[in-house]
Design a protein around this ligand. Structure first.
Ligand code: SF4
Length: 748
C-alpha cells in the first residue's frame, strides 16, 4: 500500500489519526493569524516567513478549515475547527497536500504571449494587457460585444466571481458569460428553485446531519469526494445509497440501491409511488406546506415497484426497504450529488427526489430535509454572484427589470446597457469561433480542455478562436492552447470569501505574498477594464472593497450578503445567507417557517422518466460513466502537480467487471481503449468485481488521451444546461502491444 493510500484509509472518517498527536487542531478560527481585510502586498509583514493564518482548503465545497504556517520556504497545513460550530478538524489527503501547489515547479510567474513562431514567450504585464485589450476592442468594434466571451470557475472567490460578471456585462457588454459550475450543480439549482423558490445547496448546516436517523444519498460519493463529511453521515442511523457503483460510500451503507446508469429518475418515481401506496404520505404536511401534489402523483402512479424494477434493475424488496427506512425515521434527509444531476434529465431527476422528500414531509423541518452536495469550492457563491449567464448578483434573474435596475444602479450604468441572458456553458464553448459565436474567450479559473464534455470538440472550438486568454496559476491544458496567459494568485496568496455548500460565507486569508510577477485576478480585471475605456474608480481591485460593493449589489436579492462583512467574519461570527442587515444573525436553516415562493409553499414538480440521450447498442454496448476519485480534484490541474496525489492515482484508468473485461479481451493492469461515438480514451484496466457488467467507470481528472471527457457528449438538460456526463454509450477494446508500452499520456 502506498503512503498516500495508507493515508486515505487512516482518514476515511475525515480525520487523520496518525497526525492527531503531531498537530493539534485549532479550535478558534477567528482568534489566530487574523488580519483585517483589504491587506495588500504592502500591508503584509515581510515575506510571510514565520506566520500563521487560519483559512480554508482550496478545493471542494466543504471548505474545511485549515491552519497554514510558513517557516522558511515551507508552508505546513493542519486542520482547524470552524468557529461557532465545533465541527470538522479533519482534512482529506487533498487538503493535507494543498501547500505543494504553492511551490509547484511550473508555477506561472510572468505573462506569456504567443509569438509569430507559434510559441508562448514571456511578456511584461503592460504589453500583455495592452495586447488583450486592443484585440478585444477590435473584435468588439468589428463584430459587436457578443464577439467576446468569458468563462469562469466554481473555485473563484466570491469577489472574483462578482467582478468577472460585472466585467463581462459592463466593460465588455457581452451576454456570453458562463462558468464551469454549470457542469456541477445547475440541475440541483434549477430543481431547488422550482420546488422551494430558493437554491442553496444545503438549506441547513452540515452538522445537522449528525442527528439524522436515515440519510438517503442519491448519486453522491462523499467518502471519496469530501471525506470529512462522512463523519457526520456515520453519526446518522442508517445510510441508503443510490449509485450504480459500489463506491466507498456505498460500502458504508445499510442499503445500497444500484440502478442502471440513467435510471435514477425512474427509481425516485417508484419510491414516491411506494411511499403513497404503502401509506407513508405525510398528508398534513402536504396540505399545509406544499402545492402540486395531485398532478405529481398522477405521473408517479404508473411507477409500480415491478415496473420500477424492470426499468432500473433495483429489486422491489430493496425499493420497499428504502421507503420503510425513510418513512420510519423521525429525522431523515434526502441528498443528491452529481450522479443524479449530471444527466440530460438531471433537473427532473432532482425534482423527483425532492418530490419524495416532500411526500415524506422532510424539507423545512429542523432535523430533516433535502439538500444537494455541491462539489466545487465556491460552486455556491459562484452561481449567485453573477458568473452564470442568466443571473446577476444576489441570485437575481438578468431578465427581471427590477433586478437589472438595482444592479445597474450599484454599477453606475444605465440598466439598458446590461445585456440579456446568454447561452449555458457548453453551448458557449460549442459556439466558439463559429459564425455567430465569440471570436475571443477569456478563461478564469477553469480548464475546459479536460473538464468540459465532448472535450475533443471543445478543444477544436478553442483552437478556432481569434484570441484565447487564460488567467491561471499553472499551465493547465487550456492555458497551453492560449494566445495570452496571465499568471494569477492562488489561495494562500490572497484574501477574499467563499460560500460553502451550506451557504455559509467563509474568509479566505492570505499567508504569503504572491511570487514576483504574479497579479490577482481582481487586478487583472481592473487593468483590462481601464484599457477598455472604463473609469478606474468603477473597478476596485482590493478584495475588501469588492466585497463591500458586492454586498450592495446583493442587497434585497435571494442570496442577500448585505449584512455580511469581513469584520463580522473575522470576529468569528457564523453567517449563512440571507443576511440582510449588519445586525442580522444570518440564516443557517431556511424554510422552517415558509418556503421561498410568494405563497410560502413548496411545489411538487410533476416529472416523467425518459431514457438518456444515448443508450448502449450494437456498436457501443456498455454504459460509460465518469466521476471523481479521492486523490484528485476536478480537471486535476492542481492535484496532478502534487507528488503524493500523483503517485496515488498517476494515470487514467477504467473500472470494468472481470467478465466484461474478459469478453473485451482486456486484462487487469493492461491498457484498454474505451471508445464512444465521439472519441477514444486509453486507460489502465482495473477489474472490479462489484461493478455492473454493463457499465464501465472512468475518472475525469486526466489529460491527453486519458481524458474521459473525450467520450462524453454535448447532450444537455433543457432546463439547467447540465451536460450528460454520467451516461455515454461506449465499447472497450484491447490496445496493441506497442501502445501498451507508451502509457496513458501525460500524467502531469
Ligand atoms: Fe476538505 Fe474538500 Fe479540502 Fe478534502 S478537498 S480537505 S474534503 S475541503
Amino acid at each position: 500500500m502506498s503512503d498516500a493510500r495508507a493515508e486515505d484509509t487512516a482518514r476515511a472518517d475525515g480525520t487523520d489519526h496518525a497526525a492527531a498527536g503531531r498537530r493539534a487542531a485549532r479550535t478558534d478560527h477567528a482568534a489566530a493569524g487574523r488580519r483585517p481585510d483589504g491587506t495588500d502586498r504592502a500591508d503584509r509583514a515581510g515575506t510571510g516567513t514565520g506566520r500563521t493564518v487560519l483559512t480554508h482548503c482550496p478545493y471542494c465545497a466543504l471548505q474545511c478549515g485549515t491552519e497554514l504556517t510558513s517557516a522558511g520556504d515551507r508552508v505546513t497545513v493542519a486542520p482547524a475547527v470552524l468557529a461557532g460550530t465545533g465541527k470538522r478538524g479533519g482534512l482529506c489527503q487533498k487538503g493535507w497536500t494543498a501547500p505543494e501547489v504553492l511551490t509547484t515547479a511550473d508555477r506561472l510567474r510572468t505573462p506569456l504571449v504567443r509569438g509569430a513562431d507559434g510559441r508562448l514567450a514571456p511578456a511584461t504585464w503592460d504589453a500583455a494587457l495592452d495586447l488583450v485589450a486592443g484585440r478585444l476592442t477590435e473584435l468588439r468594434d468589428a463584430h459587436g460585444p457578443d464577439a467576446v466571451g468569458v468563462f469562469g470557475g466554481g473555485g473563484l472567490t466570491n469577489e472574483k466571481a462578482y467582478l468577472l460578471g460585472k466585467f463581462a456585462r459592463v466593460a465588455l457588454g457581452t451576454s456570453r458569460i458562463d462558468y464551469n459550475g454549470r457542469f456541477c450543480m445547475s440541475s440541483a439549482a434549477a430543481a431547488g428553485n422550482a420546488a422551494f423558490g430558493v437554491d442553496r445547496g444545503l438549506p441547513f448546516p452540515v452538522t445537522d446531519l449528525d442527528g439524522a436517523d436515515v440519510v438517503l444519498l442519491a448519486g453522491a460519493n462523499p467518502a471519496e469526494t469530501m471525506p470529512p463529511l462522512v463523519r457526520h453521515l456515520d453519526r446518522a442511523g442508517a445510510l441508503v445509497v443510490v449509485d450504480p457503483r459500489r463506491t466507498a460510500t456505498a460500502e458504508r451503507a445499510a442499503l445500497h440501491l444500484r440502478p442502471a446508469p440513467g435510471t435514477d429518475l425512474a427509481l425516485a418515481l417508484g419510491l414516491l409511488q411506494l411511499t403513497v401506496v404503502d401509506g407513508h404520505l405525510d398528508r398534513a404536511y402536504v396540505e399545509e406546506r406544499t402545492g402540486g401534489f395531485e398532478e405529481t402523483w398522477r405521473r408517479a402512479l404508473a411507477w409500480t415497484p415491478e415496473r420500477t424494477e424492470r426499468t432500473t434493475g433495483v429489486p422491489v424488496a430493496a425499493q420497499r426497504e428504502a421507503v420503510r427506512l425513510l418513512a420510519g425515521a423521525r429525522r431523515a434527509y434526502v441528498l443528491t450529488g452529481r450522479g443524479a444531476e449530471q444527466h440530460s434529465k438531471g433537473t427532473d431527476t432532482v425534482s423527483a427526489f425532492i418530490n419524495l422528500a416532500l411526500a415524506l414531509g422532510l424539507p423545512g423541518r429542523e432535523g430533516s430535509g433535502y439538500g444537494c452536495l455541491t462539489g466545487q469550492g465556491n460552486g455556491q457563491g459562484g452561481r449567485e454572484l453573477g458568473q452564470k449567464s442568466d443571473q446577476l448578483p444576489g441570485y437575481r434573474l438578468i431578465t427581471d427589470p427590477a433586478a437589472r435596475a438595482h444592479v445597474a444602479g450599484v454599477w453606475g450604468v444605465d440598466p439598458e446597457r446590461l445585456p440579456g441572458p446568454g447561452p449555458s456553458a457548453y453551448e458557449l464553448l460549442d459556439s466558439l469561433g463559429t459564425e455567430h459565436g465569440p471570436r475571443a474567450l477569456l478563461v478564469f479559473g477553469s480548464n475546459p480542455v479536460v473538464s468540459a464534455p465532448h472535450a475533443g470538440h471543445v478543444t477544436e472550438r478553442l483552437a478556432a478562436l481569434d484570441l484565447l486568454v487564460v488567467a491561471d496559476f499553472v499551465p493547465s491544458e487550456t492555458a497551453r492552447l492560449a494566445d495570452v496567459v496571465l499568471p494569477v494568485t492562488q489561495w494562500a496568496e490572497e484574501e477574499g470569501t467563499l460560500t460553502s455548500l451550506e451557504g455559509r460565507v467563509l474568509r479566505r486569508r492570505g499567508l504569503l505574498d504572491p511570487p514576483p510577477g504574479v497579479r490577482s485576478d481582481l487586478e487583472v480585471l481592473r487593468g483590462l477594464a481601464v484599457r477598455l475605456g472604463e473609469p478606474a474608480e468603477r473597478w476596485p481591485d482590493r478584495p475588501g472593497e469588492v466585497f463591500d460593493e458586492l454586498r450592495r449589489a446583493t442587497a434585497g436579492g435571494r442570496a442577500d450578503y448585505s449584512g455580511v462583512s469581513y469584520e463580522r467574519l473575522d470576529a468569528g461570527e457564523v453567517l449563512h445567507w440571507p443576511c440582510p442587515a449588519p445586525g442580522h444573525p444570518g440564516t443557517p436553516r431556511l424554510f422552517l417557517d415558509s418556503f421561498g415562493h410568494p405563497d410560502g409553499r413548496a411545489r411538487f414538480v410533476p416529472v416523467e422518466h425518459r431514457d438518456a440521450a444515448e443508450q448502449p447498442g450494437e456498436s457501443f454496448d456498455l454504459y460509460g460513466t465518469t466521476g471523481r476519485v479521492l486523490a484528485h480534484y476536478q480537471s486535476g490541474a492542481q492535484t496532478r502537480r502534487v507528488e503524493r496525489l500523483a503517485e496515488a492515482v498517476p494515470e487514467a484508468y477504467v473500472e470494468i467487471h472481470p467478465d466484461t473485461a474478459r469478453r473485451a479481451g482486456v486484462v487487469e493492469g493492461g491498457l484498454a481503449r474505451v471508445v464512444s461515438a465521439r472519441g477514444a480514451v486509453v486507460a489502465r484496466v482495473r477489474t472490479v468485481e462489484s461493478l455492473r457488467t454493463d457499465t464501465v467507470f472512468l475518472p475525469f481528472h486526466f489529460p491527453g488521451e486519458g481524458r474521459a471527457n473525450l467520450l462524453t457528449s454535448g447532450a444537455l438538460d433543457p432546463r439547467s444546461g447540465m451536460p450528460e456526463f454520467k451516461v455515454s454509450a461506449v465499447r472497450v477494446e484491447p490496445v496493441d502491444e506497442e501502445e501498451q508500452t507508451t502509457g496513458t499520456g501525460d500524467g502531469t
